[in-house]
Design a protein around this ligand. Structure first.
Ligand code: C5P
Length: 238
């Protein structure tokens, strides 16, 4: 069943905690977030998928990604749904269609980075993400979840890793999915998107003052997930 989008007010009682995971591209947020959510019996959502979905839709509809008003208006016209997989990952559906097959190519990645700097789009996505997470029992990953979307999240993690390691991970992922890729090009595109995220005026990527910073360069993503699960359980989490 689709996760219900809550009304504008947060429910009086959440059914579980909100765990926010932020950090740069290719750092393993999705893998870690998915593992943590599965163990806690929470839902998981990768919010990057929402920006990617809108970028893909803009390209398909012939709306230039630099046209701020047109892209923000497009976001508002679409019917957004988030349907859980059996592993409780919420997948984005637009107008009843799964967007998953279209999101990973480099053109969509670059366009999503431009779309994410659009203030109207960010306001729209933030409202959507708050309604999606309002009931709690969710792991949400992105760039501004702990700093802006859920500043009151019970747990905030900022996940980081050395850029060469991040590029190697993303490169392996792309190759495993059958895509053609060059390591150097993947590294450059990643650095460009990081820079866009760090320097944009609205809700840039930054570390919340109360976030726990974890460096995954020399840890497996299972080890990172274990650390987070222990942290949540120490604080009385499920
Ligand atoms: O995480 P992923 O790389 O899939 O995200 C795609 C793009 O969406 C990123 O380059 C980033 O600019 C943007 N994004 C964002 N805020 C989020 C999630 C993603 O700006 N919460």
């Amino acid at each position: 069943m689709t996760r219900r989008l809550q009304g504008r007010r947060a429910p009086a009682r959440r059914k579980g905690k909100i765990i926010a995971i932020d950090g740069p591209a290719g750092v393993g947020k999705s893998t870690v977030g998915h593992l943590v959510a599965e163990r806690l019996g929470y839902d998981f959502i990768n919010t990057g998928e929402m920006f990617r979905a809108l970028a893909w839709k803009a390209i398909a509809a012939g709306v230039p990604v630099e046209d701020l008003r047109a892209v923000a208006a497009l976001a508002g016209r679409l019917k957004w749904e988030f349907r859980p997989t059996p592993e409780r990952t919420l997948k984005t559906f637009i107008d009843g269609e799964s967007v998953a097959p279209f999101l990973r190519d480099e053109g969509v990645s670059a366009a999503s980075s431009a779309v994410a700097a659009n203030p109207g789009v960010r306001r729209f996505m933030c409202r959507l993400q708050r309604r999606l997470g309002a009931a709690g029992a969710i792991v949400m990953e992105g760039r501004d979840i702990g700093t802006h979307v859920f500043p009151d999240a019970e747990h905030k993690i900022y996940l980081d890793a050395d850029v060469d390691e991040r590029a190697r991970r993303r490169y392996r992922q792309l190759r495993a999915s059958g895509a053609k890729a060059r390591l150097q090009a993947v590294r450059e595109a990643m650095l460009k998107r990081d820079l866009n995220d760090l320097k944009r005026k609205i809700n840039p990527l930054s570390t919340a003052s109360d976030a726990v910073v974890l460096d995954s360069t020399h840890l497996t993503l299972h080890e990172v997930a274990e650390k987070i699960i222990r942290m949540v359980r120490r604080n009385g989490g499920r």
